[in-house]
Write a protein that binds this ligand. Structure first.
Ligand SMILES: [Zn+2]
Length: 111
């Protein structure tokens, strides 16, 4: 389940979480129309977020990959809620760590 948010940096407000891109566009449009007379605020942010409410675009690649894996594992239990389960965070860390170890093993065996 994907999660999106719209943030207006002028008003310093963030929309509720929505699950469809169409709903995200509607959130931004409704805010711009109601508060800013249809103008587009500078530096507004809209995009996909992880279950912790962080924009994926603002995360470093490794942290974003960890968040996607933890999101996927947490969605197995409850795909509507926010936050990561501890076992999903630990599982994502284990998957990334074991993948890095496997790559290191293969590379060192090839040399
Ligand atoms: Zn605004």
């Amino acid at each position: 389940m994907r999660r999106y948010r719209y943030r207006c940096t002028i008003c310093r407000t963030t929309s509720p979480v929505v699950h469809q891109l169409d709903d995200l566009a509607a959130e931004g449009q409704a805010h711009r129309h109601a508060v800013h007379g249809g103008h587009t605020p500078d530096d507004e942010i809209a995009g996909q977020i992880d279950r912790l409410g962080r924009w994926y675009a603002a995360l470093s690649p490794l942290i974003a990959l960890h968040a996607r894996i933890a999101d996927g594992l947490s969605d197995l239990r409850d795909d509507k809620a926010m936050g990561h389960y501890w076992w999903a965070t630990a599982g994502a860390t284990l998957i990334l760590g074991s993948s890095a170890g496997l790559i290191l093993l293969v590379v060192s065996a090839a040399l």
